[in-house]
Structure formats: structure tokens, C-alpha cells
Design a binder for this molecule. Structure first.
Ligand code: ADP
Ligand code: MG
Length: 463
């Protein structure tokens, strides 16, 4: 039995051993000598009376409060230390959080977004010093399809502030948000429309898809929150909104018309074209071309958006990769062969022809808003004069297949060379017979010719 002798100040006086177990009750414990309190601590294993034994006993302690002191030393002190460290961590986190709030507020102030919505679970977190555009530009050269590196995509939803709703489609909501101080568009899909989200993500991840006339893609994220799955698709934000919104709000001059038409066909041509090689790109058909799925950039050029229905094709395998998405295209823009169910789905060219038909209708919408000789037509969607709002499949079939009706070309167009040229292209796009329709490349060439003539005429007028 090892022993340690201390005085009532907790000062160690002596260490030793007792060999006779009968002495334990007498020699282990506290004994009160008048004016002095002596504490003898005992322990049983070899060398247990070394420097770490016993615990320091504050002076003046009796046997009872010695127990309390021991409890304080063993349990309360470590707990206090843990609480203090945790408090420090919380304090540091709060300071960093407040700093990010300030950064966000500065970003919002700079970009004039008025935030009216904030979800608890969404925070802006800075990812090093890289800006969104830097990471994005780096990823262009990474050769892994469009969008940010996958690891960054997986945390997107947690890092974006949603500011305001900018669009509502049939398949969800589109928000303007801020990520790392830059505005982004966030398309949030209803969870029942996972197929559209998956297809759109797949299309945007296609190698070599990136193009100045295809909506720029940052990334997709699927997060679960409780029982609910959130499906996000993050893209470039275009404050002018869709071509549909733009045409409703503005009239166009010839240059603006040609910019819209040429950029749109550039985007569609890139989509439709297969690029061969190890890092090739499949041919893609959009299947839902309409003015609401085309966005207008600040420079007046357009980008094609909404790839939830798109279909891919590679000549090598001959396979047509069509998703099993129950969604169908917009009825108003459906071609005659889709409406009468005569389309040959096993030939990829058929899908291209369907896009060209819809493009013809979009070009018609655009031309109506182009001023010629001081005249302009109000914005109307195609077939507004012959079908109700939200027309049924049968409404459209009757007009497009049975009556073979097409939107009216206004008389005023005939006295304007650009609009006359455009009407010729439009008619060749929406032809009843898909095989007679122009290809995207043909449309592009015709539009370029028109643009050249227009700029020559403009120069002739100026000099
Ligand atoms: P849906 O699949 O629901 O039709 P879209 O992708 O077509 O969704 O977007 C719906 C609307 O949201 C568009 O018509 C447009 O007005 C707006 N919108 C979509 N993406 C953007 C964007 N990147 N920038 C600005 N507005 C957008
Ligand atoms: Mg859409």
C-alpha cells in the first residue's frame, strides 16, 4: 500500500508505503491535529504515489467537501473548458457568417437586386478567392462538358441566395440568385419532374455544348431536405428575360431583328450539328423551340434554353437517345407530323425538321415586331387568331393539319426588303412537308445573305 502525506495547504510532505493492511483504517484519510489538518492519501498499485497522485486538495477541506472538490475537479472543470472552447468556435463562426452577410449585401447593392426571399438552409459561402467566372472559365478547358467541376456543383444549392422569381414554366420556377457575388439563374424543378431535370443536366453536361448562343450552364444540384427533394439547375442569368417577354415589351429595327434571327439560328445549328472525334459532340434536337425558351442577352443576341425534352444522336451508333420523359412539346408550336402522329421517330432528321418548323413560327413572331416604314404589328403568339389560349391537341391538329393554316404574313412586309426576305425563309421553315423544310445551315446562310444586303443598303443610304 503506497502513501502520500500532505498538510492542509495541499503541500506534499512525504511519500511511503505500509505493508500491514491492518494499519489502513488508521493511516489512510484525514486526521485533525489541533491547528493542523493532515491528509494521507492511499493507493494500491506499484508506484501509484508518484507525482500525479493524489489530486490537489484545497486547504481546509473536510472529508465531505473533499468529495465535492474532487467532483469539481474531475467533471466540472473539463465541462467548463469544453463550453468555453465551444463558445469561442460559435463566436468565430458568427463573425465569419456576419462577414459573408456583409459581402452578400454589397453584392446585392452593386447588382440592384432586392432580396425578398431567403431560405434558412441557404448561405453564401466563399470558396477561396476564386470568383464564379474564374472557376467557370477554368472548367471550360477541363474538357468535362459544360458547367463547373462536379464537386463544386454538389454544393451549389447551399451557397446560393435566391433573390426573386423571374419565370414560371410548367415544370417549376426560375429564380434570380447570387452566387459568390454574381447573379445566376436557378431553375427549381418540381420533384415530380425529375426526368426534365435529369435530361437537362445530361444535355448541358455534353462535351462541346458550350456556345455563345446556348444558355451557359454552371451546374446542377440535387439536395434532400426532410422528405422533399430539391432539383436545381444553375445557369447564366439574362436580365432581359425571354424573347417572348422582349417582343412583348419592345419593337425592333432591322439590325435588332437580324441579330435575334442570326444568333438564334447559330445556336440551333450548333445544337443540330454532330462534331466528330474523340471529344466529339452528338447532334441534339431541342423539341420545344418557342419564344419563351429563347433568352435575350444584353447585347441583343439570343441564347437557346430549356433542354428538358432534348434528344441526342450519334451517327456511329445510330442510336437516338430520347429520355422517357412524359413531357411533350408545346402544342401551339407542334409541327403537322407531330400533331397527326406521322413523325418517323426512328430517323433523327425528323427531330431536326420539327425544330425548324417551330423556328419558322418564332421568326414570324419576331418579324411582326420589326418596324417598317413607320409601321409595326402588336405582339401575338402564333395562331392566336384561330385557337384559344392553351389550345388542345385537337384544336391545333385541326388548324395545322386539316386546314393547313399558317400565321398570316402582314401586307406591310412586302414593301420592306428585310421582311420580304424573312417571309421567304419563314415559309420554307414551316412547310407542311418536313422534307421540303430548310436545314439550320440553309437558314443561317439565307439570313447572312439578307444581313449583307441590309448592311449594303444601309451604307448606300448613308453615302
Ligand atoms: P420551363 O422548363 O419551366 O419552361 P424555362 O427554362 O423555359 O423553364 O424557363 C421559364 C422562364 O424563366 C423563361 O421563359 C424565362 O422567362 C425565364 N428564365 C429562364 N432561364 C432564365 C435565365 N437564365 N435568365 C433569365 N430568365 C430566365
Ligand atoms: Mg420553357
Amino acid at each position: 500500500m503506497a502513501q502520500i502525506l500532505m498538510d492542509n495547504d495541499g503541500v506534499l510532505k512525504a511519500r511511503g508505503c505500509i505493508s500491514n493492511l491492518d494499519h489502513i483504517p488508521m493511516l489512510c484519510g484525514i486526521s485533525d491535529v489541533p491547528g493542523k489538518q493532515i491528509k494521507i492519501e492511499c493507493c494500491q498499485t506499484s508506484f501509484c504515489n508518484n507525482a500525479t497522485f493524489p489530486f490537489i486538495i484545497p486547504s481546509g477541506m473536510t472529508d465531505g467537501n473533499y468529495g465535492t472538490g474532487r467532483v469539481i475537479l474531475i467533471y466540472v472543470v473539463p465541462i467548463l473548458v469544453v463550453v468555453a472552447v465551444a463558445g469561442l468556435v460559435v463566436l468565430l463562426l458568427r463573425r465569419s457568417y456576419n462577414r459573408r452577410i456583409r459581402q452578400y449585401a454589397a453584392a446585392v447593392a452593386a447588382s440592384a437586386i432586392t432580396p425578398n426571399y431567403y431560405r434558412d438552409e441557404l448561405r453564401v459561402t466563399a470558396a477561396g478567392d476564386s470568383t464564379l467566372r474564374e472557376i467557370f472559365n477554368d472548367s471550360i478547358t477541363s474538357g468535362s462538358g459544360s458547367g463547373l467541376p462536379l464537386l463544386i456543383q454538389r454544393t451549389l444549392a447551399k451557397q446560393i441566395w435566391l433573390a426573386e422569381v423571374i419565370g414560371k414554366g410548367r415544370y417549376g420556377e426560375v429564380w434570380c440568385g447570387v452566387w459568390q457575388g454574381e447573379k445566376v439563374a436557378v431553375k427549381i424543378f418540381f420533384s415530380r419532374d425529375e426526368a426534365s431535370w435529369a435530361r437537362e443536366t445530361e444535355i448541358y453536361s455534353t462535351v462541346l455544348l458550350r456556345h455563345e448562343n446556348i444558355l451557359g450552364f454552371y451546374g446542377s444540384d440535387m439536395t434532400s431536405r426532410g422528405s422533399c427533394t430539391q432539383l436545381w439547375l444553375v445557369t447564366h442569368y439574362h436580365p432581359r428575360g425571354s424573347l417572348y417577354d422582349h417582343l412583348n415589351a419592345h419593337t425592333l429595327d432591322h439590325t435588332e431583328l437580324i441579330t435575334i434571327a442570326l444568333s438564334t439560328i447559330n445556336g440551333l445549328l450548333h445544337l443540330h450539328t454532330e462534331i466528330f472525334g474523340t471529344q466529339g459532340k452528338p447532334a441534339i434536337a431541342h423539341r420545344d423551340i418557342k419564344s419563351k425558351n429563347i433568352l435575350v442577352k444584353l447585347n441583343g443576341a439570343c441564347v437557346i434554353a430549356d433542354f428538358g425534352l432534348a434528344v441526342m444522336h450519334t451517327q456511329k451508333t445510330g442510336e437516338i437517345n430520347i429520355s422517357n420523359n412524359p413531357r411533350v412539346g408545346t402544342k401551339r408550336y407542334m409541327s403537322p407530323e407531330v400533331l397527326n402522329e406521322m413523325m418517323n421517330m426512328s430517323v433523327f432528321e425528323s427531330f431536326r425538321k420539327v425544330d425548324i418548323y417551330a423556328l419558322g413560327l418564332v421568326l414570324w413572331e419576331v418579324c411582326r415586331r420589326c418596324v417598317s416604314n413607320g409601321l409595326v404589328d402588336e405582339y401575338t403568339p402564333p395562331f392566336h387568331d384561330v385557337v384559344p389560349n392553351d389550345p388542345s391537341f385537337d384544336d391545333m391538329k385541326k388548324v395545322v393539319c386539316v386546314d393547313q393554316y399558317r400565321p398570316m404574313i402582314p401586307n406591310r412586309w412586302t414593301s420592306d426588303p428585310v421582311l420580304t426576305g424573312m417571309s421567304k425563309i419563314i415559309r420554307e421553315c414551316w412547310h407542311q412537308n418536313p422534307n421540303v423544310r430548310l436545314t439550320a445551315l440553309r437558314v443561317k446562310k439565307s439570313l447572312m445573305k439578307l444581313a449583307q444586303e441590309e448592311s449594303k443598303n444601309k451604307l448606300d443610304l448613308e453615302y
